[in-house]
Design a protein around this ligand. Structure first.
Ligand code: DX5
Ligand code: ZN
Length: 226
């Protein structure tokens, strides 16, 4: 039964470069590869949609040859169309943008897929699953924000976990195929709650880059050891 599969699975881990030392990105992706984490999460911020600025497509292009990981781009920007196209040229694998950032989300999802990339939609804590229901047949990934986006190191908002359970139910009922990724405040204390809710991908920023033993942290986040 798929419900049993959901309980038994171990999620993919996506460390976020937002919490890396910005003067040592190459070392950061090497540490991610060495840890056993499968994905690299790139948080792109424009200083408008969120009150912070990070980096653009050149960083992804420069890091691409240095990493085996799946590049998981999270666009926290208004007017994400241009950046989505630019990141598609960099070797990004998943390109996720915010439902709150533009009106014509379906059109951009189609553009991303046409560029040969996986398209994701994200929701901030105040946006319900119903706000993206019409997009779910067309997405490869849903990124559930469990903090207000903009900064690493914030505490997970527990009520957001209900959205993961709702998405799991909808996916089962309608035979959709998107992955459910969870972003914000995921650490050793909260990971079991996120796994039990049914997440497929755990984004981890501060917990990962603060950990002395990153491989052990990854195993614990996956639920492979306590
Ligand atoms: C927040 C970013 C997250 C952040 C997660 O706006 O989208 O990816 O880096 O960091 P932690 O795990 O520290 O909450
Ligand atoms: Zn993110």
């Amino acid at each position: 039964m798929s419900s049993i599969k959901t309980i038994m699975k171990h999620p993919l881990i996506a460390p976020s470069l937002l919490s890396a030392d910005f003067s040592h990105f190459a070392e950061a992706v090497a540490a991610i590869d060495a840890s056993g984490a499968e994905w690299v999460h790139l948080d792109v911020m424009d200083g408008h949609f969120v009150p912070n600025l990070t980096f653009g497509p050149k960083l992804a292009a420069d890091l691409r040859p240095q990493s085996r990981g799946v590049f998981d781009v999270h666009l926290m920007v208004y007017e994400p169309e241009n950046l989505a196209r630019a990141f598609a040229q960099t070797g990004a694998d998943y390109i996720t943008f915010h439902a709150e950032a533009l009106v014509h989300s379906h059109r951009l999802l189609m553009v991303i897929r046409k560029l040969g990339k996986k398209g994701g939609i994200s929701v901030v804590p105040s946006t319900p699953v119903s706000g993206i229901a019409e997009l779910l047949p067309f997405v490869d990934l849903v990124l559930v924000m469990t903090v207000d986006p903009g900064f690493g190191g914030q505490a997970l908002i527990p009520s957001c976990l209900e959205k993961i359970k709702t998405l799991v139910q909808i996916r089962e009922q309608r035979q959709y195929e998107f992955l459910i990724s969870v972003d914000g405040g995921v650490n050793e204390s909260t990971a079991s709650l996120v796994r039990e809710a049914g997440a497929d991908v755990l984004v981890t920023g501060s917990a990962f880059f603060n950990a002395q033993d990153k491989a052990a942290l990854v195993r614990r986040l996956k639920g492979l050891e306590t």
